[in-house]
Design a binder for this molecule. Structure first.
Ligand code: FAD
Length: 433
């Protein structure tokens, strides 16, 4: 008999909850990964760097396992196709996974559970990608928090060394199934291409975290960790990072708690996965949804330098600084009165660190429709934001070199006009609530 550990968004061998439990049991473990056609077929950009990122992470895991006399089995297909074949080929005791809270993932895992358990195979699942999940953090009344500050207070009260302890998988590395290495399908075989630019490092300098509170809002400074893509795919462990945060910066710890918070919202309020606003009254807003203006926003040609710099950084690198994400999102929804869902979908296509919970949370925060959102009448003023956070225009000039030339477009809309236009539209939607 063998056990199977199925990697998904937890692409690491160390401190991995599900993998630890699989190895500890003592039945030889075959790790697998599925390049899921249900997901890949929906990506229209065949240069999508996220696929290349996963491929690199899997290749690293393969190299490590090969040196241990074992392997990872990588399939290209759908889970519905892959599991029946695996159960035919191997005498499987149990399949181990870590929880994934997204809608598609949840449905996928439930259907795999149903199938494999009907075949008499065990299916064991674990919390791994967050510190607290599901009902672990509830208010005194037993309800989920929808406001960050009390949530984070409870989070900090509850956390202790038990919750942040690493799972010492390395103690059981001898329990991987001993077998010849299997080949990994190439990116080209799946219709994708290798990444040209390097991905952000998995290591973050302690100095960056120590100075995080002072530097994090300035996009021209290397003031944030750039770990988001690693947190997204689990190439780093949230427990290790939370311990680091506890010793180096409470402000940075709060950001990791925001991440848990939005997973908590996704879990408790599934309507946000169905395209609905967290606060339903905001679905009454009558958006202008001008396609041409949306295109200019996407391309970074709005004539607002800080907005354009952000969008160009996103298009070129797959990353955008958090402060600038807030500015461009506010601009799209408030200045242009374009549905936040359009922006959310564009970010979902482009962000290397795209994560449904955090992205939806960020967009609904900016548009005012989210839990604990910015009040709807707060309209970021791009010029003031620039004054405060990119005074020397260093960030802007990096991405908008033609600034101050005739090539740079005039503003797509006047700020005062846009502000006066948006408020009654929101007020109208919220009337009666
Ligand atoms: P750091 O500042 O070093 O923070 C450390 C980690 O904390 C991040 O890597 C991230 O995992 C987490 N984190 C930080 N801020 C937030 C937050 N507000 N919400 C949830 N987690 C947070 N983050 C994503 O990971 N994926 C997304 O798809 C995403 N979309 C966003 C969309 C909008 C409109 C906005 C305003 C924010 C979005 N964020 C998203 C949150 C935030 O912008 C990024 O996590 C951050 O910029 C990543 O950079 P970093 O790794 O250097 O973060």
């Amino acid at each position: 008999k063998i056990s199977i550990f199925w990697f998904r968004r937890d692409l690491r061998l160390h401190d991995n909850a599900g993998l630890y439990h699989a190895l500890k049991k003592g039945v030889p473990v075959l790790p697998i990964f599925i390049f899921d056609k249900n997901i890949l077929d929906k990506l229209d950009d065949k240069h999508d760097r996220r696929v290349a990122f996963i491929h690199e992470a899997i290749t690293e895991i393969q190299a490590f396992l090969t040196a241990k006399g074992s392997t990872i089995l990588v399939k290209y297909g759908t889970p519905e196709e892959v599991f029946p074949v695996l159960l035919d080929e191997y005498d499987v005791d149990t399949i181990y996974i870590n929880h994934d809270y997204e809608l598609y993932a949840h449905e996928r895992d439930e259907s795999v559970r149903e199938f494999v358990t009907s075949e008499g195979v065990g299916f064991s699942t674990y919390k791994d990608q967050v510190v607290f999940e599901k009902n672990e953090i509830l208010s005194g009344a037993g309800t989920p928090y929808t406001v960050f500050t009390p949530y984070s207070r409870k989070w900090k009260e509850k956390v202790n060394t038990f919750y942040l302890k690493s799972y010492p998988t390395e103690k059981y590395f001898d329990n991987f199934l001993q077998t010849k290495p299997f080949e990994i399908p190439t990116l080209a075989m799946m219709g994708f291409q290798a990444a040209k630019a390097k991905f952000p490092s998995k290591q973050v300098r302690d100095g960056i975290i120590r100075s995080y509170a002072e530097n994090r809002d300035f996009p021209a400074i290397e003031g944030t960790s750039k770990l988001s893509v690693h947190l997204r795919f689990g190439t780093v462990s949230i427990r290790e990072l939370a311990r680091k945060a506890q010793s180096l910066s409470e402000t940075w710890l709060n950001e990791l708690i925001w991440r848990d918070f939005y997973f908590n919202i996704l879990y408790h309020f599934p309507h946000i996965s169905q395209g609905q606003a967290f606060r339903k009254e905001y679905d009454k807003i009558i958006w202008r949804n001008n396609k041409k203006e949306f295109e200019l926003w996407c391309e970074g040609k709005t004539g607002y330098p800080i907005v354009d710099a952000g969008m160009r950084e996103l298009n070129a690198t797959g990353f955008m600084h958090n402060r600038v994400r807030m500015i461009v999102a506010s601009f799209l929804t408030k200045h242009l009165l374009i549905d936040w869902r359009w922006g959310e979908a564009y970010f979902a296509k482009k962000l290397l660190d795209f994560d449904f919970a955090a992205n939806n949370g960020g967009w609904q925060w900016a548009s005012g429709s989210g839990c604990d959102a910015a009040p709807y009448f707060r309209v970021f003023n791009p010029s003031l934001q620039t004054q405060k956070f990119d005074k020397q225009l260093e960030y802007i000039k990096k991405w908008v070199p033609e600034l101050n030339t005739f090539d740079y477009p005039a503003p797509i809309v006047n700020h005062d006009f846009a502000r006066k236009r948006v408020l009654p539209v929101y007020q109208m939607a919220l009337k009666g609530f």
